[in-house]
Ligand binder design. Sequence first.
Ligand code: FMN
Ligand code: SF4
Length: 432
Amino acid sequence: MERILTRWLDIPNLRDIDVYLAHDGYAAARKAFFDMKPEEIIEEVKNSNLRGRGGAAFPTGMKWSFIPKNSPNPVYVCCNADESEPGTFANRYQLENDPHGIIEGILITCRAVGAHVCYVYMRGEFAIQKQIFDAALAQARAKGIIGPDAMGSGFGVEIYTHRGAGAYICGEETGLLESLEGKRAYPRNRPPFPAIQGAFGCPTVVNNVETLSNVPWIIARGAAWYKSIGPEKSPGIKLFCLSGHVNKPGLYELPMGIPLKDLIYDIGGGILNGRKLKGVIPGGSSFPVFTAEEAVKVNMDFESVRAAGSLMGTAGVMVMNEDTCMVGALRTIAHFYHHESCGQCTPCREGTGWIEKMLIELEAGRGNMADLDRLISVASNMEGNTICVLADSLSMPVKSFVPKYKDEFIEHVRQKRCPFRSHDGASMRAAS
Ligand SMILES: Cc1cc2nc3c(=O)[nH]c(=O)nc-3n(C[C@H](O)[C@H](O)[C@H](O)COP(=O)(O)O)c2cc1C
Ligand code: SF4
């Protein structure tokens, strides 16, 4: 397959503006600025069926169309580069290797929705990525590609980077906006949605880095080309983050709809050390786990993963082999969400903590059979009862791990210890 989003693997130093320009860089932005009306850009992106890559898979063109026309207030674009979902590392590579591809996507988005300012919100840990991206912005500014008269079009676009301080909740779009405004990143109640009242109370589009990286390609080659890749309802190219117990973990650019089996066994080189597959979380840690039997049957696109009972989220595919203690794996996930809960909503603040505590006890062999039902009950009470979906991001894994690996949970209660550890607590695998 032709490398598109990862063409930086074939083109040395694509992050430099001269190299980028020599490879058709900013041609799509010129087309959008000089040959297309804003509504035509939105229509093209709508027709491409591009769906957001930040986790919620919302149709991008439709999101742009919610921005009021002739707004009396300024319109903003926010590029979400917070990338904190466990198992997810695609944005990082794009920021490091193809910053101009992102800037070009931002320019086109600004033109489409009538925004003159974009904020790129980066996770706190992205120190190097910010340096690289800022250097690319300076190059684009020096060449007049961004600035008060972008590309000589008379339409001004300025782009600013803003670094967070390392909290997962800053990736949730309204938490991001609060943080951008200098406040604690407490997610907002909706409505109003950001398209109506976003940054500084003004209409705002929030899009993920990878979503924006796709935009120049759709404008350059057309919606029909984009839609011809992968399944019709969730088409296009996707950056898959493959991690865990595979021989060749890494970032892979593939068409949507690739069988998960191919991703793990062909592209990923199979399970590490010749062990057997036990489970896969397909979309970052926030979503239901697939058993090995389920995983080998599913195709990796938004519709197919949903139909199979999980969600594709960020396509952070985490593979677990037969030596994994699923109680321990779930406890690790629970620790993350408990730690990252912003604490505004009682079901999330308390529920994530209760779940983590129950799992610590269960893993250590101090749990009882009633804990299994209690886990499901607490998880169910968290779902749909909170301001944002961080609570659901723990509820979904709990409600899949417990029933799908029930025998393992029961063994922890029966043996009064973790069956994956020897009596002195060491990992069985490490001991063998
Ligand atoms: C707790 C939480 C964390 C999130 N973190 C991110 C993130 O790091 N990056 C991101 O793009 N979207 C993240 N999202 C999704 C955003 O709220 C939003 O849907 C996304 O940025 C929209 O962009 P898209 O339409 O291009 O996908 C998160 C959502 C939640 C609930
Ligand atoms: S669900 Fe959790 S993270 Fe989201 S607003 Fe409520 S307490 Fe905060």
